[in-house]
Ligand binder design. Sequence first.
Ligand SMILES: C[S@@+](CC[C@H](N)C(=O)[O-])C[C@H]1O[C@@H](n2cnc3c(N)ncnc32)[C@H](O)[C@@H]1O
Length: 318
Amino acid sequence: MNTNLTFHDHKPGALSLQDAVVNGLSKKQKSIAPKFFYDQRGSELFDKICKQPEYYPPTIEQSILSENVDEIANLTGEGRILVEPGAGNAVKVRLLLNSLLPSAYVPMDISFDYLKSVATHLVNEYPWLRVHATCVDYTHSLPIPDLVPDGPRLLFFPGSSIGNFERDEAGQFLSMIHEAIGQNGMVLIGVDTKKNETILNAAYNDEAGVTAEFNLNLLLRIQKELGMDFEPDNFKHNAYYNKDAGRIEMYLVSKKKQTLQINEHSIFLEKDEQVHTENSYKYSPDEFISLSVKNGFEHVKYWTDDNSLFAVYLLMSK
Ligand SMILES: C[S@@+](CC[C@H](N)C(=O)[O-])C[C@H]1O[C@@H](n2cnc3c(N)ncnc32)[C@H](O)[C@@H]1O
């Protein structure tokens, strides 16, 4: 038992898969929220997506972070409490730890088994680091465990996960972050930019079919956890850039007319009917800075790559 590691389970999962699936599939535009992608297999598949050559965001975001980590550390100062909602494999935070020297690290994730194994590896790799792994649904709250000492906070939110929120919800989430980090709090956030749609469409339709497998895994999860009676092969992946809305839209498409049975609920799908599973909104720097300023932050600085494919922003609580 490593004393530098504590676990905090806010039990985000139990209440919702059945409700979310039945409610979401009963709407006119059927939908299931993207947070349900992440069971253990979903988390592993997301890691695999990050290795696909077409999926540019992780590579570019990591190089922006590595190239600018000294400047980031100068601007934030050392010793902050580092909070990371949706920490996933915690690969990106490793690029920061030795420069930011946080007094504690609070990775938060909805996928608890995965979070446990990632946090355990992290404390072994960084024996000086105190890690408070917190299983929570960050769309509801950002609870910092009581054990975490007082001190200025830095919230790290990479991977353009902010793009999964509707634009108004992204503003509300920034306000929630503002409240969670308090006075002198800072935010380091990675956000995907608007760009040529060929690049965007390829990124969400990789040739190896991993994004498709990730999307379809949602059905396997539902089948496994809810015992829903249907044939996952009767669905296919569809993702495309909706330029007017400035977002990638992802769907599971019913290949045929079919009825899904979830306990007493029968859900009917037409052939080619689409179940919406994810949006990924893209932001120009002006749009994102304006959104953060409206929701309680001052923009300190942003960094981008030579082709402006991705941007990392540092914000300060006003
Ligand atoms: C797109 S991945 C990004 C992972 C990592 N931050 C990165 O940049 O590579 C999203 C991560 O957030 C977690 N996640 C998704 N929705 C969540 C939610 N509502 N609450 C907590 N964690 C969530 C997933 O389990 C996954 O690890």
